[in-house]
Design a protein. Structure first.
Length: 157
């Protein structure tokens, strides 16, 4: 029976001086685990970090707001053709609106051909017979900006 010190030294010798044939046989596995594995892990982690922190362009489309009608030289409001308007409140509405937001009365539209007025719910001009569909070509879009300080600066918030 060997003494404990000799047994320990023999065991330590197998760790310090290994069988090189088995180490060389494991070299491809060690390369994959030791070199390729960490590189692939870093690539995956960098892609995840990029996906998490990238700036996303968010476009929020808002409905066109009613606006006051422009005032002419004679002091009367000007109503452009084919735009719904409220005669009483002198407000221009988006093409999809059919009633005034203030008092819920039906909006009026001026015909672009003969300048007669008709209710916004009617698609046919009774004077000239021209057929119009309001809001068919959704005109200009209103894009709301996000990620900015409120109007008046950050001190208002």
């Amino acid at each position: 029976m060997n003494d404990p010190w000799t047994s320990f030294l023999e065991w330590l010798q197998t760790l310090i001086v290994p069988e090189w044939d088995s180490v060389i046989a494991m070299l491809p596995l060690l390369l994959i685990l030791g070199v390729v594995g960490p590189i692939l892990s870093l690539v995956v982690l960098m892609n995840l970090w990029y996906l998490w922190h990238r700036r996303r362009g968010r476009v929020r489309v808002a409905e066109v707001e009613p606006v006051p009608a422009p005032i002419g030289a004679d002091g009367e409001p000007l109503f452009p053709p084919n735009v719904p308007f409220c005669q009483e409140h002198a407000v221009l509405y988006p093409p999809s609106a059919r009633e005034c937001e203030i008092d819920r009365t039906e909006l009026t539209v001026r015909c672009p051909v003969d300048s007669t007025t008709r209710p916004a719910s009617q698609q046919l001009c009774r004077a000239c017979g021209t057929r119009y569909v309001l809001g068919a070509s959704r005109g200009p879009l209103v894009v709301r900006r996000t990620g900015r300080p409120p109007e008046g600066g950050a001190a208002v918030a």
